[in-house]
Ligand binder design. Structure first.
Ligand code: ADP
Ligand code: MG
Length: 249
């Protein structure tokens, strides 16, 4: 019977249950579980293994560059983001409402850290996330448009629940790229959430996109439902080094 049960678990694609069956039977015996409780125990284990596999797959596909979490974030180093604020972000109400977040500030203040930490928690909650640096995004958009596959690429990209774009504004982009970027933001508008990091305030994005008309069209859509977070202060990378340096000079 055992062999037949395992074969049928395979046929019904309950692959985890094949391995879990022995230990679940043992648990049922030891705890005197009813038939229903045993079934519930085994199916719950199957489902939680499936959820974890999906999370691992989404994490791999998300392209997050490294793992940074809110637990590693030193809230005392800056005053723009509080623990309470992060607790609110982690409810993902904003994502369900298709709102955006824009982290702005000088280098090293934790913009990418926060964006990655948000992406990581979103994946744990079952959302599909895609991380791009602006450079990689530009390459991917151009490649798709050269192959005349930009519309397809847009549709594929818009399947993610959250798109993170890191480092807008570091390098100026050409007019053709600005137009592709506008099409992306337009496609995502009120459909998906976008998290952006930038070393420039949005008022200065005109210089990055080289065209004020297209920049206002981009900002119009991005900012309509968005929270802008301006982080000020010294680079965390220099924490503890500024004083050491002045002593050694
Ligand atoms: P930015 O994107 O603003 O240039 P990063 O997020 O890349 O800065 O931060 C630079 C480094 O400093 C990273 O290793 C990051 O984890 C760390 N860091 C920045 N701010 C904090 C903070 N408040 N708490 C802990 N680590 C931080
Ligand atoms: Mg950064």
């Amino acid at each position: 019977m055992m062999e037949r049960v395992k074969r049928n678990l395979k046929r019904t694609r309950c692959f985890h249950s094949i391995n879990l069956l022995d230990s679940s039977l043992k648990y049922a015996n030891e705890n005197d579980l009813s038939y229903l409780a045993f079934l519930d125990h085994l199916l719950s284990r199957e489902c939680s293994y499936r959820d974890q596999t999906a999370i691992d797959r989404n994490l791999k596909k998300s392209n997050l560059p490294f793992l940074k979490t809110f637990d590693d974030f030193d809230y005392s180093y800056q005053h723009a983001v509080s623990k309470r604020q992060v607790a609110e972000w982690k409810t993902f109400d904003w994502l369900d409402k298709r709102e955006n977040k824009i982290f702005m500030g000088p280098p090293g203040v934790g913009k990418t850290h926060l964006a990655v930490a948000l992406g990581y928690v979103a994946i744990q909650k079952g959302y599909q996330v895609k991380f791009y640096t602006m450079n990689d995004l530009v390459d991917e958009m151009l490649l798709a448009s050269y192959d005349e596959k930009y519309k397809e690429w847009l549709k594929r990209t818009a399947k993610h629940d959250l798109i993170i774009i890191d480092e807008i504004g570091y390098l100026p982009v050409k007019a053709a790229v600005a137009s592709l970027f506008f099409q992306l933001i337009n496609e995502l508008y009120e459909l998906r959430s976008v998290v952006i990091t930038s070393n420039k305030l949005v008022q200065e994005w005109g210089s990055a996109f080289g065209d004020n008309v297209i920049t206002s069209a981009i900002l119009d859509r991005l900012l309509h439902h968005a929270q802008a977070v301006i982080i000020e202060g010294d680079s965390y990378r220099l924490k503890g080094k500024i004083n050491e340096k002045s002593v050694s000079v």
